[in-house]
Design a protein. Sequence first.
Length: 207
Amino acid sequence: MGMKPDYWDSAKRALARRDPVLAAIMRRHPRVHLEPRGEPFHTLARAIVGQQISVKAAQSVWNRFVEVAVEVVPEKIIPLKKPQLRACGLSERKCEYISDLAQRFADGHVHVHRWPRMGDEEVIADLVQVRGIGRWTAEMFLMFNLLRPDVFPLDDLGLQKGLRLAYHGGRKVSMKTLRRRGEAWRPWRSVATWYLWRSLDPVPVEY
């Protein structure tokens, strides 16, 4: 298991004191934690693959994508043809997004070195200018690559499901209600989100 974020244990203690439901979920997963993904391209590519599909489907598509690419780096992705990418289960549009992302990294159009010094919303604003990267993908990047502690990706279907099951008996509730729940977890919403994902079966994709 990789190194845990330096804020992880403090965040767990703070969340457990505030929220007995979340505390119970954390107790069921005592020796796991979010693991950093050090390669920005890998993180963004995986997030694009997982857009708007279930956890299980995303994992299946990603596994096939890795088999075809061999190594998830721009130099290996750029030569791949669209039929090869489509055969992995990627949609037409996701094929374009992945190829475009690889080309941007290879050409140096993505200024990766600036992101660690930028605020969360600044990083999101920078990333969403890249084709195929919306707010959800940028939030996944903040969590899994930059290890930001207070990201709450409410558009994520897994997070929505985890919240409904843990706090509302599986009933459908408004986004406003779900957002209000997250407010109680500041400034550790990334940690709360990650454990809600862990409460699901299958667990979410590791970006």
